[in-house]
Write a protein that binds this ligand. Structure first.
Ligand code: CIR
Length: 253
C-alpha cells in the first residue's frame, strides 16, 4: 500500500518564506481545512498516511516535499536552501526512521529543496535555484548514479522551485505554464497549460492526477487527454508559493 508523509500546517503559516510573489493575508483555519481535504483525497484512495511530528515553530513545515525525496525505497533527506527551513529535517528524519525507510543526507555546503526535483522515469530533473546549489546537485548525482538514475540540472529563474514551473503527467509529458518556464526546450516532450496553477500535478496512478482547483481550463485539457482529474482547493498554500506537490511526499515502494 502506498504511503503518504505529511505534516499539519503551523499556526504561523502566514509567516512563511516568499520570494517571487507579494504577501497577502493567509487564513490559518481555511489552510487547515484545505490540508485535511488534501490528505483525505489520498486516504480515500487507500494511501496510508504518516504524520511527521508537528513543528509549529517552522512556518513552512507543511511543505514537506522540500525536505525529503524518495527514489524507489531510499529517501534523500535534503538540506533546505532557506535558513528558516533547515530545522525541519530533524523531525523528518525521525519519521523516516520510525517508518523503516532508509535514508541518505545532503550535507553542507550543499543545498537542495525537494521542490526542485522532478522524476520522470529514471531521469531526475533538478532545478538550479536560489534554494538548490551546484554542490547539492552534485551530491544528489553521487547518491543516484550508482542506483541507476540520471540527474539533469536545469536553470530556474522565474519561479521558486523547478516544480513551481513544471511537473509531469503519467505518460512522462512535462507540463508547464510557459511564461514561467525558463526553457521548455530542455524537455523531450512539453505541453503548455493555460493557467499558472495548472502547472503542478501529483500522479496518483497511471490514469489519475491530483491538481489545484484553481486551474479549471487545465483540468479540462487533461480530461480531454483521457486522464481522470481530481481537484482540491489549496489557495492558502498557493499564497505562500506552495502547490499541490509540496504538501506531501509519496512513498510508493
Ligand atoms: C518556501 O518559500 O519555502 C515556502 N513558502 C513554499 C515552499 C513550496 N514548496 C514547493 O513548492 N515544493
Amino acid at each position: 500500500m502506498p504511503r503518504l508523509l505529511v505534516r499539519r500546517p503551523s499556526p504561523r503559516l502566514a509567516e512563511g518564506e516568499l520570494t517571487h510573489i507579494e504577501r497577502v493575508p493567509v487564513d490559518a483555519d481555511l489552510a487547515r481545512e484545505q490540508w485535511e481535504r488534501y490528505v483525505d483525497v489520498y486516504r480515500a484512495r487507500g494511501w496510508d498516511v504518516i504524520d511527521i511530528a508537528a513543528a509549529d515553530e517552522h512556518a513552512d513545515g507543511v511543505f514537506v516535499e522540500d525536505t525529503v525525496v524518495m527514489f524507489g525505497d531510499i529517501a534523500v533527506v535534503t538540506r533546505p536552501g532557506a535558513d528558516s527551513r533547515r530545522g525541519e529535517i530533524d523531525t523528518v528524519r525521525e519519521a523516516l526512521e520510525d517508518a523503516g525507510i532508509p535514508s541518505v543526507q545532503i550535507a553542507q555546503p550543499g543545498t537542495l529543496d525537494g521542490g526542485d526535483v522532478l522524476k520522470v522515469g529514471r531521469t531526475v530533473y533538478v532545478g538550479r535555484t536560489l534554494r538548490t546549489n551546484d554542490d547539492g546537485i552534485e551530491q544528489l548525482r553521487a547518491h543516484l548514479a550508482p542506483r541507476g538514475w540520471e540527474v539533469v540540472a536545469v536553470p530556474v529563474t522565474k519561479v521558486l522551485h523547478l516544480k513551481s514551473g513544471v511537473t509531469a503527467l503519467p505518460d512522462g509529458t512535462i507540463i508547464g505554464y510557459e511564461p514561467l518556464v525558463d526553457d521548455p526546450g530542455v524537455y523531450p516532450s512539453f505541453l503548455g497549460v493555460p493557467e499558472e496553477h495548472g502547472t503542478a500535478v501529483v500522479v496518483l496512478d497511471d490514469a489519475t492526477v491530483l491538481m489545484s482547483s484553481d486551474a479549471p481550463e487545465t483540468a479540462q485539457l487533461f480530461r480531454d487527454r483521457g486522464l481522470e482529474v481530481i481537484t482540491t482547493p489549496i489557495s492558502e498554500f498557493e499564497k505562500l508559493e506552495g502547490c499541490v506537490t509540496c504538501l506531501s511526499v509519496r512513498v510508493r515502494a
